[in-house]
Design a protein around this ligand. Structure first.
Ligand SMILES: [Zn+2]
Length: 548
């Protein structure tokens, strides 16, 4: 059954005989889909011992010893008989340490002949157990919570360390899903006291999180940086339309600084993307960063020596590209990255998804990112600089530009030349000294937000939220011009030899520039600026013969 984009089983059936059912729910999370599963215990004939069946891994099987130790600590002894613990559906691979708690609860239900005050089969349990019975946080809790909601369960029982991310989900409940209830307990003793004695959990219902109302300040922002007007316009365009960006310039011109600060002017993640980003991050981490919990877009900057798996991910692990979902992926020193990695990036950057296959497993990671890259003008870095002479031979210069060429550049919307710094540093020191409260970040964010609002009303009927996603067939409608005027404008301002891909990208960027000036129609100056940012024109402005 599929609900809200999540693959789930039918909710567990009611216990057949109250007081003796051992059925407990947990889940297996597989990247962007989650499958609810059940744990059931029973004594059978045979040699004494506990056997876990149902396609389990070593980590999962170790859980029976942790569960046994935790139960013994509470005086619940497992008799020397043959005990079978079945994890179903049997054909789904069960991996992870989060089965410890549901396993212990299922055993306690079997061994304690005592009426229950709650129906544990209506809850999803996920936590690791210490040998002393303490509950520890686990990975993928966001996915479990989404599955519990979509599967019609009452809620989930987790460790206190996982409660914060579930609180955020309560704010983001998918449409049509049940409101989320999460109980967190410190120990197995507290969980059993809740089930058998009705004792209220210490920390309980997930309510509205204060984090979305009181956003933490972005870690880095533009307040400590001087932006020349050309770079400010580029930053605004990227923030408003989520277009991709390549920054070229000499060392020390602030390319990396600018890239690292771009996420600070991008509005909070939309609800759906926020849940997706949390699920991706949660699949590999027990605790989520505060900024992501608050809905801030992520910023990831893998090193140029990073392996293809580190960037693209594997069926089990999210790569940097997926971890940047909804935010910024920055590749500094672009020509230094492996060629095959850059080639592999092309398709995900277009589609917003990474398809990874290994052995018999194929998974799809979400990866809708703003792609930002930076590079020098030559191998030594000083071509075109007034500060130092370039020492590259013409062959070396050609080889460097050759490495930068190729299809990845065609997928970049804005090619921006970063100027060398001038006396603006003094202006920055004055601004920082006066603390005049004029935050450049706030001003840029307000303009980005205004442009997004302006674009949204027009774009939604056209099938896109952002200008970068506008279908080519809707660009005329988005331009606000008549067919004749649109064709005349494009013919007049853009080169006849431009590829159709270039023209489409150019018009999308021009649409964002028009939104930034709140113009319903694309005007000549918008198209001119967008055209100036195209690869060939940006190279000509540097006085280069562009190699493509
Ligand atoms: Zn050089």
């Amino acid at each position: 059954m599929i609900k809200d984009g999540v693959v789930v089983d039918e909710p567990a059936a009611a216990p057949q005989a109250a007081g003796r059912s051992t059925l407990v729910n947990s889940a297996v999370a597989d990247v962007m889909s989650t499958c609810l599963m059940q744990i059931e215990c029973s004594f059978t004939r045979g040699f004494a011992g506990m056997q876990l069946i149902g396609n389990t891994t070593e980590v999962c099987r170790d859980g029976k010893e942790r569960a046994r130790a935790a139960l013994e600590g509470l005086g619940i002894h497992i008799p020397p008989r043959r005990l079978v613990v079945s994890l179903t559906p049997a054909d789904v691979k069960k991996d992870g340490n989060h089965f410890d708690l549901p396993l212990a609860v299922s055993l306690a239900l079997l061994l304690k002949d005592q009426p229950r005050t709650v129906a544990p089969e209506r809850w999803l349990f996920a936590a690791e157990l210490g040998l002393g019975g303490e509950l520890r946080p686990v990975r993928a809790v966001v996915s479990f919570a989404v599955a519990a909601m979509a599967g019609g369960l009452e809620g989930l029982v987790i460790a206190p360390g996982n409660l914060e991310e579930v609180r955020v989900l309560a704010d983001l409940s998918p449409t049509g899903a049940r409101p989320l209830v999460a109980h967190s307990f410190s120990t197995l003793r507290d969980v059993l006291a809740w089930i058998f004695d009705g004792q209220t959990p210490a920390v309980v219902r997930a309510g509205r999180s204060p984090q979305r109302r009181h956003l933490p300040p972005a870690e880095v922002n533009f307040d400590d940086m001087i932006l020349p007007p050309s770079l400010e316009l580029a930053a605004l365009t990227v923030g408003a339309g989520m277009h991709s960006l390549l920054l070229r310039g000499s060392p020390g011109t602030g390319k990396s600084m600018l890239a690292a600060r771009l996420a600070s002017i991008i509005p909070n993640l939309p609800h759906e993307e926020h849940i997706e980003a949390m699920r991706i991050y949660s699949s590999g981490a027990e605790r989520l960063p505060d900024a992501l919990l608050a809905g801030r877009p992520p910023y990831r900057a893998p090193h140029h020596q990073a392996s293809a798996v580190a960037v693209m991910g594997s069926p089990d692990t999210a790569g940097e590209l997926a971890l940047a979902h909804g935010g910024v992926l920055f590749l500094d020193e672009l020509p230094e990255f492996r060629r095959d990695l850059l080639e592999a990036l092309r398709e995900p950057l277009e589609s917003g998804e990474i398809r990874v296959a290994r052995a018999h497993r194929k998974v799809i990671w979400k990866s809708r990112v703003v792609f930002v890259a930076a590079c020098n003008n030559c191998a030594c870095g000083w071509a075109g600089s007034a500060r130092q002479p370039c020492t590259c031979s013409s062959a070396r210069l050609h080889a460097y530009r050759q490495r930068l060429s190729g299809p990845i550049l065609e997928r970049i919307d804005l090619h921006v030349n970063v100027p060398e710094p001038d006396s603006a540093n003094a202006e920055l020191l004055l601004r920082l000294a006066h603390h005049d409260g004029s935050s450049l970040t706030k001003r840029l964010m307000a303009r980005v937000q205004a442009a997004r609002t302006f674009a949204l009303r027009r774009n939604v009927p056209l099938g896109a939220l952002l200008n970068r996603d506008l279908p080519a067939c809707q660009l005329l409608a988005a331009s606000g011009l008549s067919g004749v005027d649109f064709a005349a404008l494009v013919n007049r301002r853009l080169s006849k030899s431009a590829s159709s891909r270039s023209v489409i990208r150019c018009v999308r960027v021009a649409r964002t520039l028009a939104d930034l000036s709140e113009s319903p129609v694309i005007r000549e100056e918008h198209l001119d600026q967008a055209w100036l940012w195209q690869a060939e024109r940006a190279a000509q402005a540097r006085g280069e013969c562009f190699v493509s």
